[in-house]
Design a protein around this ligand. Structure first.
Ligand SMILES: NC(=O)c1ccc[n+]([C@@H]2O[C@H](COP(=O)([O-])OP(=O)(O)OC[C@H]3O[C@@H](n4cnc5c(N)ncnc54)[C@H](OP(=O)(O)O)[C@@H]3O)[C@@H](O)[C@H]2O)c1
Length: 245
């Protein structure tokens, strides 16, 4: 067998209406999977449905455990789940400079990034096939030194640590984490233009590959995590080399 065979598999992408998650959904669909996408905004889901008739969409907020339970009851048994939800600190209006940060706002970020992924694990496990997989998302800030990323880095590191623990607990079901580097998605839209430009220029200068990632490149890591049946408890770094810079 060559390539990743998802023919006939059922794949759920939570946070799949934009950015990295959208590319995961499109690539899984192209690899033959029956793909379900969940996110909050109705417009993006409708656009996705209009363009990709084979993808089923669901309007769900991953911060709501009951809504996730309802989603899984609707989707039924599942083979692979990718969790790519994101609400940036900028979008939540958080000043991430440690001395200025309001901890209530930081807790809201943690809720969206870390606890939403944990809620998804809890909702999915009873319906996940043996040998099936969950792929969570952290980010390069878990281990790369980045200015004003103390809280964001901690949320990402928490995801990686809990996935490694869960791998033992849930086997033969599998769980892995993709840790993307800076990737060109709408997640940076909420940043002031000058700050965004400076951040992207600084990243480009720092990483060995001298550019930021495109979401379709990062999506390949999720497909690998789904398709490689001997992979569990791993962090897949797709950072353009930022971790060795
Ligand atoms: N882009 C980067 O540079 C970068 C770097 C490192 C790590 N990451 C990580 O990669 C993942 C994907 O990021 P991205 O840049 O692709 O994000 P993105 O383009 O902003 O897309 C986020 C997706 O998540 C959905 N979403 C957000 N909050 C949700 C919620 N509470 N419930 C359900 N769906 C929700 C969004 O749709 P709705 O808003 O309509 O719900 C959208 O479909 C995130 O975990 C992010 O932290 C990204």
């Amino acid at each position: 067998m060559s390539g990743i065979d998802l023919n006939g598999a059922k794949v759920l992408v939570i946070g799949g209406s934009a950015g990295i998650g959208l590319e995961v959904a499109l690539q899984a669909s192209a690899a033959g999977a029956a793909v379900h996408v969940a996110a909050r905004g109705a417009d993006a889901l409708e656009r996705l449905r209009g363009r990709h008739l084979r993808i089923t969409t669901h309007q769900v907020d991953a911060k709501d455990a009951d809504a996730l339970e309802q989603l899984l009851a609707t989707v039924g048994n599942i083979d692979h789940v990718a969790m790519t939800v994101h609400e940036s600190a900028a979008r939540l209006g958080i000043d991430t400079v440690a001395g200025n940060m309001k901890l209530e706002a930081a807790a809201e970020y943690f809720n969206g990034k870390f606890w939403s992924q944990y809620r998804v694990v809890q909702a999915v496990l009873p319906r996940l096939s043996d040998g099936g997989s969950i792929t969570l998302t952290s980010g390069v800030a878990s281990r790369s030194g980045m200015a004003n990323h103390s809280m964001i880095g901690a949320a990402n590191a928490a995801i990686e640590a809990s996935a490694r623990q869960l791998a033992k607990e849930i086997a033969p079901k599998r769980i892995n984490v993709v840790a993307p580097g800076v990737t060109a998605t709408s997640t940076y839209d909420a940043m002031p233009e000058e700050a965004r430009g400076n951040f992207i220029r600084a990243t480009t200068a720092k990483v060995p590959l001298q550019r930021i990632a495109q979401p379709d490149e990062i999506a390949l890591a999720y497909l690998f995590a789904m398709g490689c049946g001997y992979l569990t408890g791993e962090i897949i770094d797709a950072s353009g080399g930022q971790l060795v810079a």
